[in-house]
Design a protein around this ligand. Structure first.
Ligand code: NAD
Length: 292
């Protein structure tokens, strides 16, 4: 029987643990962790994401702060807001919603964030810490992917992991996290020769590409764990559907466990953002380790 890894249920567990940790912080230390989100412009999808993050933050008992800037805000205005949030001792996490309008350098703005408040884990400092195996803040989607894999196989040591996709946001950090779990990691991408053969070697196969159902059922080794990060909107039989980068119906015939889309990695991303916020709050304020 193939296990369908239930992202919603796992995310709910993570969120419940976070809420407990927040309650404990408040009662023991009188601290309420706070997440500040910066939204520039009026991209409708970004507004929905920011609203959902705010609701989830408050549900977990944390403070949510939103800063909205107009679409024509100058890069210096955004940088100066980030610097103010860095200096604000009551703010534990800072997230700049991407994409930023074209005239603003995302790289410059992101790297202005204090690495210890960088709850998206996107600053160069946190990327460096991840590669060096140092304590830092890890990007949310890769972190959620590994948590999900470990629900079915707590010890990933020695397994062959193949990560398809090498983006800064997902593929590269996910590969580093799997390496830290002592997997033997192959990073595959658009120039990989014979991708099906590479995938067939995987005990853990992760797809983060953005091509609907790229990974076919017969690319999946019998018994593999499949983590599908892709979220693709397609038109099918007159309806709009969300599908992953893996052909789910065919892949589940070979996989021992697989994440669905929707309801797989997606819900874990916000849960891990909350997790990073609590972890950042505990570290910055010297409150000791939190069990989330
Ligand atoms: P990206 O476009 O930045 O990177 C895609 C990667 O796929 C590239 O490294 C490229 O080399 C590789 N690639 C492209 N074509 C390929 C091919 N034919 N064969 C093999 N590799 C190929 O995308 P991203 O930001 O990493 O996102 C990937 C997917 O994950 C998207 O569907 C995105 O929507 C989804 N995503 C989901 C979440 C979530 O919360 N679940 C978060 C981030 C991204």
């Amino acid at each position: 029987m193939t296990t369908i890894i239930d992202g919603k249920a796992i995310a709910a567990d993570v969120r419940a643990k976070i809420a407990q940790a927040v309650t404990a912080m408040q009662s023991r230390h009188n601290v309420q962790p706070a997440l500040a989100v910066v939204l520039v412009g009026d991209d409708p999808a970004s507004h929905v994401y920011v609203r959902n993050k705010g609701i989830a933050t408050e549900k977990a008992g944390m403070k949510s702060i939103e800063h909205r800037l107009p679409v024509d805000a100058a890069e210096e205005d955004v940088v100066s807001l980030v610097r103010d949030l860095n200096a604000d001792d009551t703010v534990d996490g800072i997230l700049v919603q991407l994409p930023l309008p074209g005239h603003i350098s995302s790289s410059r703005v992101i790297n202005e964030i204090d690495p210890d408040k960088d709850v998206d884990g996107l600053t160069e400092v946190n990327a460096g810490r991840l590669i060096l195996g140092k304590e830092g803040l890890v990007p949310c989607t890769p972190q959620g992917s590994v948590i999900m894999a470990k629900t079915v196989r707590p010890n990933l040591s020695g397994l062959n992991a193949v990560v398809v996709g090498r983006s800064i946001l997902v593929g590269k950090p996910l590969s580093m996290l799997l390496l830290a779990e002592n997997c033997t990691v192959t990073m595959a991408h658009s120039r990989t020769a014979d991708l099906p053969a590479v995938c067939r070697e995987a005990d853990i196969l992760c797809a983060a590409v953005g091509i609907p159902r790229l990974v076919k059922g017969d690319w999946v080794k019998k018994g593999a764990i499949v983590i599908d990060v892709g979220i693709n909107r397609i038109e099918e039989q007159g309806k709009t559907r969300l599908v992953g980068d893996v052909d789910f119906d065919a892949a589940k015939e070979n996989a021992s466990a697989i994440t669905p889309v929707p309801g797989g990695v997606g819900p874990m991303t916000i849960a891990c953002l909350l997790r990073n916020t609590v972890v950042a709050a505990a570290r910055r304020r010297g409150l000791g380790a939190v069990d989330v």
